[in-house]
Design a protein around this ligand. Structure first.
Ligand code: ADP
Length: 257
């Protein structure tokens, strides 16, 4: 049967729910922009004092200190370097999040980028007897994007694969063209990532609570930066992983056509 009162009641309720949803979305957007602004301001404010601390640390390196002074200086230097890495990552995240800096895409040969990246992360891999194996075509693999940002994606993914692997492991990097896109994958035989963690992996400051992972230094910003860069490039990123067995990160990007 037809109950006009009931139907009207439902319509009013739906309209109210819709309104509330819109309001919540708006509030979330505002919070997001507030968060980005906060990260930007804080990282800029940290930069100058940090530069000053680093300068004075360098001066102290030439000064003779007793054993205790030497140990203290070492601790200060180590932690200052950690802070510096954190600030650098926060500044980079702000920059790839900055709406007033739209992407300026150009053809980039990922094979060439990979060679440079190999030089950067190769040292880190060698120190732990980890082998980086590359499978790529012999001709250029052209993606459309900003080279420094694409280089950063590769550095972050490959250095994570190395960092979260045991000694003597293999990290496999694959580069390929697929139709009008290019794809690269980074596979490791490391710690792996639980299903729960996979959901929040690309969130800012997320670090797994897995004690084996937290033992290794990090800021929790690497994958957030990767995700932002991939989004800006109209690319896609996905992860497949099993705890204790390893992970594969796959990225696709627009090719040069
Ligand atoms: P960071 O490595 O600085 O902590 P990331 O944003 O790069 O930050 O990664 C976030 C978290 O995701 C890491 O703390 C780690 O727990 C997990 N993770 C990332 N890459 C891997 C990987 N290849 N294998 C296992 N865990 C990973």
């Amino acid at each position: 049967a037809f109950d006009i009162g009931h139907d009207l009641g439902r319509a009013v309720l739906n309209a109210r729910l819709f309104q509330r949803e819109k309001q919540l979305l708006e509030e979330m957007r505002e919070l997001d922009s507030y968060k980005s602004q906060l990260i930007k301001t804080v990282s800029h404010e940290f930069k100058n004092p940090l530069t000053s601390i680093l300068g004075h640390l360098e001066l102290l390196e030439g000064v003779e200190l007793d054993a205790m002074g030497g140990r203290s200086l070492e601790v200060i230097a180590r932690n200052t370097n950690r802070l510096q890495r954190l600030v650098a990552d926060m500044l980079l995240l702000s920059s790839v999040n900055d709406p007033s800096r739209p992407l300026d895409p150009r053809p980039v040969d990922l094979l060439e980028v990979l060679e440079d990246v190999h030089e950067i992360v190769g040292v880190q891999a060698e120190a732990r007897a980890i082998k980086i194996v590359v499978d790529a075509p012999h001709e250029p693999v052209c993606a459309l994007g900003e080279r420094p940002e694409l280089e950063r994606v590769l550095v972050n993914l490959i250095s994570n694969a190395v960092k979260y692997s045991p000694e003597d492991a293999v990290v496999a990097v694959q580069l390929a063209r697929t139709g009008d896109r290019v794809r690269f994958t980074v596979t490791d035989q490391g710690l792996g990532i639980s299903r729960n963690d996979q959901v929040r992996l690309f969130d800012e400051f997320f670090r797994s609570s897995n004690p084996d992972a937290t033992r290794r230094p990090g800021t929790g910003l690497g994958l957030a930066i990767v995700k932002r860069i991939i989004d800006r490039h109209a690319g896609e990123i996905s992860v497949e992983s099993k705890l204790g067995e390893g992970s594969t990160f796959q990225v696709t990007l627009p090719g040069c056509g």
